[in-house]
Design a protein. Structure first.
Length: 126
């Protein structure tokens, strides 16, 4: 699914327009409000293409979500439940090269809709 499709279908706000690439492919997604969980599960992914084609879906609007995405080489963070990040978080996303989006949808709903569109979940591989 193209990032432009996600923005359109889920009525996303784009907080970092200079980093928004509408042609970027999103094939995988992961949801968490606990960044330690995101690091644990996503760090088990050995294929860097999976992470490059992923979106981190979270309700956490702090620097931790941006730093986590940065550490994992995930280029897109989608904030849910209509949460608005503070300006310092947006600035950190810009500095880190992270496209930061937001939607009014809940984490559960946006995840289900993305799954219906063919986006795969990332799960821990042991």
């Amino acid at each position: 699914m193209k990032l432009a499709d996600i923005v359109q279908k889920y009525h996303c706000t784009i907080y970092t327009p200079d980093l928004y690439d509408p042609t970027k492919n999103i094939d995988f997604a992961f949801c968490s409000d606990l960044m330690s969980d995101a690091l644990m599960i996503m760090s088990t992914v050995k294929d860097s293409e999976t992470l490059n084609d992923s979106v981190l879906i979270t309700g956490l609007t702090t620097n931790q979500s941006i730093r986590t995405a940065e550490m994992l080489d995930v280029e897109v963070v989608l904030l849910v439940r209509g949460k608005t990040p503070a300006e310092p978080v947006i600035e950190l996303a810009k500095e880190s090269g992270i496209a930061l989006l937001g939607t009014e949808l809940t984490m559960f709903n946006v995840s289900g809709l993305m799954y219906q569109e063919g986006i795969h979940g990332i799960c821990s591989r042991k």
